[in-house]
Design a protein around this ligand. Structure first.
Ligand SMILES: [Fe+2]
Ligand SMILES: [Fe+2]
Length: 209
């Protein structure tokens, strides 16, 4: 019987295989957004979050075998097939042919690249913060092809289409998810910690502009 991995085990695995600070922050951002979406879908935030946390487990050390090496590691550790399939599906048509099927897989596919665009958009604000970032401002950056040019907008759009979500709504929910770990991922900027806690609640509407 596969065992159900705990968050602390997933974190241990992540830091074992991932030395890069930016990749660890990316993992934490995707975890937070997955948890946020799990709640929206009435699903298990722990499971969705853990999958978000380890989805790029192999990227630092085995980028040539991206997705497959993670599958191998998780398989050896007896992780459930559901977790392994989800990891493989985030590389659909990029490095695997495993198409996202479940809501969890579709969300992972849709938000993976988007967390990068959101983070980069926050960092060029005067506040350097995600706490006052709006979906409108990310949409502007989205249209600017020279901005964060490596981030493939077509993948994000494909993900939004899979989920039947409008791109603004997808961006808004991603911002809200990432705000929960703003400090950990270095995106509080000049908006200090105390006000951040408040803004997690009070600033929700501003992202919808
Ligand atoms: Fe990846
Ligand atoms: Fe990723």
């Amino acid at each position: 019987m596969p065992h159900i991995p705990r968050r602390d085990q997933a974190w241990e695995l992540l830091i074992h295989y991932t030395q890069s600070d930016s990749l660890r922050k990316h993992a934490l951002a995707v975890e937070a957004v997955m948890r946020h979406f799990a709640a929206r879908h009435n699903e298990d935030p722990e499971k969705w979050g853990i999958i978000g946390l380890i989805h790029d487990l192999d990227y630092d050390k085995f980028s040539q075998q991206h997705c497959y090496k993670t599958a191998e590691i998780l398989h050896e550790k007896d992780w459930p097939q559901e977790y392994i399939r989800a990891v493989l599906s985030h590389g659909w048509e990029i490095c695997t042919d495993v198409e996202p099927q479940s809501p969890m897989e579709k969300v992972l596919f849709a938000v993976d690249e988007l967390t990068g665009l959101v983070a980069t958009s926050a960092l060029v604000r005067p506040s350097k913060s995600i706490m006052d970032l709006t979906a409108k401002s990310v949409r502007k950056k989205w249209k600017d092809k020279a901005f964060a040019a490596k981030i493939d907008r077509t993948i994000i759009q494909k993900g939004a289409d899979m989920l039947g979500m409008d791109i603004s709504e997808l961006i808004t929910e991603t911002i809200l998810g990432m705000r929960h770990v703003a400090e950990e991922i270095g995106l509080t900027g000049s908006i200090k910690e105390d006000s951040c806690h408040e803004q997690k609640c009070t600033n929700n509407n501003t992202t919808l502009e």
